[in-house]
Design a protein around this ligand. Structure first.
Ligand code: ZN
Length: 223
């Protein structure tokens, strides 16, 4: 049998290795996760390949997209998924919202994730928290506060509070614990999210992973 990879090798000429990786079709969750981890290690070492950013790469994807993973990350300016995973155009479907909130985030966040799973058949979702997250810090500071934060910041921080409550009293650094708990809550929420994600997780065709990005080392640690 000629595998897809072999076929592309045979077809060879003109199809670069880089172009092949922009196509997540047929990729398993584990392959996608390995790809992201390898890219993050290159990034942390300062050995990025900055793939698929040239006209030939984006033109090849103009008609359709086959991202290998959905990344739900914080909006923080230092946590740019394409950069820290050293991937290119078409590789990842990114949803960024302060505090990488999923529970209570509503149709815009959940619907975006579901679209990538149902319509694009993306096999992997990574909920990505990060060290020193301002949204989680605020939730810790305001968990017992009687005062209100301005505008919609109050509502946003409110959504992170369950993670703070869950991690309270556990040994270690309270902020780091709450950041991890916030990712874990997001992962749990997505694993049980009916009707699109949960059945696929049960069948094993979709994987939901959680990770925390360290602003100092540049490394993502999977939970
Ligand atoms: Zn953050």
């Amino acid at each position: 049998m000629v595998t897809r990879r072999k076929f592309i090798e045979f077809a060879g000429i003109g199809i670069s290795l880089a172009a092949r990786r922009g196509d997540g079709k047929g990729r398993t969750a584990d392959e996608a996760l390995q790809d992201l981890i390898a890219g993050n290690q290159r990034f942390a070492k300062g050995q990025v390949s900055a793939p698929r950013r040239r006209p030939d790469d984006f033109r090849a994807l103009a008609e359709a997209q086959y991202p290998e993973a959905v990344i739900v990350s914080c909006a923080d300016s230092r946590v740019a998924p394409e950069i820290l995973f050293d991937v290119g155009v078409g590789d990842i479907f990114v949803i960024r919202v302060a505090g990488n909130i999923i529970g209570g985030a509503g149709a815009t966040v959940k619907g975006s994730i579901e679209y990538a799973i149902a319509e694009l058949n993306t096999p992997l979702v990574v909920v990505l928290g990060h060290s020193a997250c301002g949204a989680v810090k605020s939730a810790i500071q305001h968990i017992d506060a009687k005062d209100k934060l301005p505008g919609s910041i109050e509502g946003l921080v409110e959504l992170v509070k369950p993670a703070v409550s869950r991690s309270r009293g556990t040994p270690g650094d309270p902020l780091e614990n709450a950041i991890r708990a916030n990712v874990q809550l997001g992962v749990e929420r997505l694993r049980g999210l009916e009707p699109i994600l949960a059945p696929r997780v049960k069948k094993g065709t979709l994987k939901i992973a959680g990770g925390v990005y360290d602003l100092k080392t540049g490394l993502v640690t999977l939970l």
